[in-house]
Design a protein around this ligand. Structure first.
Ligand SMILES: Nc1ncnc2c1ncn2[C@@H]1O[C@H](COP(=O)(O)OP(=O)(O)OP(=O)(O)O)[C@@H](O)[C@H]1O
Ligand SMILES: [Mg+2]
Length: 380
């Protein structure tokens, strides 16, 4: 399980270190930094897929995603005695992301390319570190990258070995030095990160992928766009927790039942003579079914991250959704971003979530109610 997420100089997250629990609810007003936190986790997952730099480029490039405020906000600036201003930098430009858990931790540090770099808009990877346990230290470190040089510590002898001396500044050691023989820990971490799942803006409009006809094939993981909803629900019924599936649908839509129809998704609803298919379901009903399919996956990932899942759901659906989240959190760690008062209240009622409330102060996201876990960034 991940216990800490750390972000530096990414959008409004200038210096944020937050604790993560089994089920973490991230809340906050509009513009407080919730989606930035979701994206920071997503960028870490993209690192394991070799797509970090490309994803940053899609977000507008390094200079757009880099913290746009001053390097530090002094006390006199906060008191309004001097204007917010930049001044000479004391440290190099760095956008850094990292996490730690009970098994291992990882951090990556991105910086400005040198003037001769042919891709001046892309950041370069300046450093990476992987360690065992919750805190980076000289004794817990076992894989380290500084610019193009990667060193690994042998788990049996404890001796450091140079694994690569010319790693491209756009490639991560997580994808390029994960070797089954001597980079086994990197490989195992990479595979676990590749399994993290993200659900954001699951579409329910008339052209939504989830409304297209779909046949029942073995689908233990719902696609991130929900295109294989029918198959994912049928797979839960066949090899997963069919009872919770039926109970959740009954709690959300009393008298309704999902039918086992190989032709696709069919929902029998109270009072109707025939079941309805995916093109006929309401936006809220379809979204709820998408969340059920994601959360009851028969192959639960280590981590699932949901961004504002409650959009278009009526407040009456929040208690069944909260119950479903609580059930899913027994198998998978969940980070949930939401500003729905109804969902927050329903989750508090379950008593199983830890809350991280974000707030913006001087353009910077802070989590004033939680104690920041201890965190050390790798050295450049
Ligand atoms: N490079 C940057 N530097 C500093 N702040 C930035 C940067 N890019 C975006 N921001 C600001 O970061 C803030 C957080 O945005 P984010 O999308 O995470 O908010 P949110 O909490 O998800 O809000 P909403 O509830 O409206 O979706 C916004 O106010 C945005 O203006
Ligand atoms: Mg948002």
């Amino acid at each position: 399980m991940l216990t800490t997420l750390a972000v530096a100089n990414y959008r409004s997250l200038r210096d944020l270190v937050i604790p993560l629990g089994r089920l973490t609810l991230v809340t906050g007003a509009n513009g407080s930094g919730k989606t930035s936190l979701y994206r920071a986790l997503r960028l870490l997952a993209e690192t394991a897929q070799g797509r970090l730099i490309a994803t940053l480029a899609q977000e507008g490039g390094f200079t757009s995603t880099l913290w746009a405020g001053p390097e530090t906000i002094s006390r006199t600036m906060r008191q309004g005695r001097v204007p917010i201003q930049g001044g000479p930098r004391s440290k190099p430009i760095s956008l850094a992301l990292g996490f730690a858990g009970d098994a291992y931790g990882y951090a990556i540090d991105l910086g400005m390319p040198s003037p001769e770099n042919p891709f001046p808009l892309d950041p370069v990877i300046k450093g990476e570190a992987m360690w065992t346990g919750e805190r980076l230290s000289r004794s817990s470190l076992f894989a380290e990258r500084r610019n193009a040089l990667v060193r690994l510590r042998m788990s049996d002898s404890g001796v450091w070995r140079e694994a690569m001396d010319a790693l491209s500044p756009f490639d991560s050691m997580v994808t390029h030095c994960a070797d089954p023989a001597d980079g086994f820990e990197l490989l195992s971490m990479r595979e676990r990160m590749r399994d993290w799942r993200f659900y954001d803006a699951l579409r329910t409009d008339p052209d939504a992928p989830a409304r297209r006809p779909g046949i029942h094939t073995y689908t233990p993981v719902l696609a991130s766009d929900g295109a294989d909803l029918a198959a994912a629900l049928a797979t839960i019924r066949a090899i997963g927790d069919a009872r919770t599936l039926d109970e959740t649908i009954e709690a959300a839509f009393p008298g309704s039942r999902l039918l086992d129809d190989p032709a696709g998704l069919r929902l029998r609803q109270h009072g109707l003579l025939r079941p309805l298919g995916p093109t006929e379901l309401s936006d809220g009903t379809l979204r709820f079914l998408l969340l059920v399919a994601a959360l009851l996956s028969p192959r639960p990932p280590e981590l699932m991250v949901l961004n504002e899942p409650e959009a278009s759901l009526h407040p009456s659906l929040m208690p069944p959704l909260a119950h479903l989240l609580k059930t899913a959190a027994r198998q998978t760690q969940i980070v949930l971003v939401s500003h729905s008062a109804a969902l927050i209240a329903a989750l508090r009622e379950t008593g199983c979530c830890e809350e991280v409330r974000l707030e913006k102060s001087f353009g910077e996201t802070a989590a004033p109610d939680c104690e920041s876990p201890a965190w050390t960034w790798p050295k450049r």
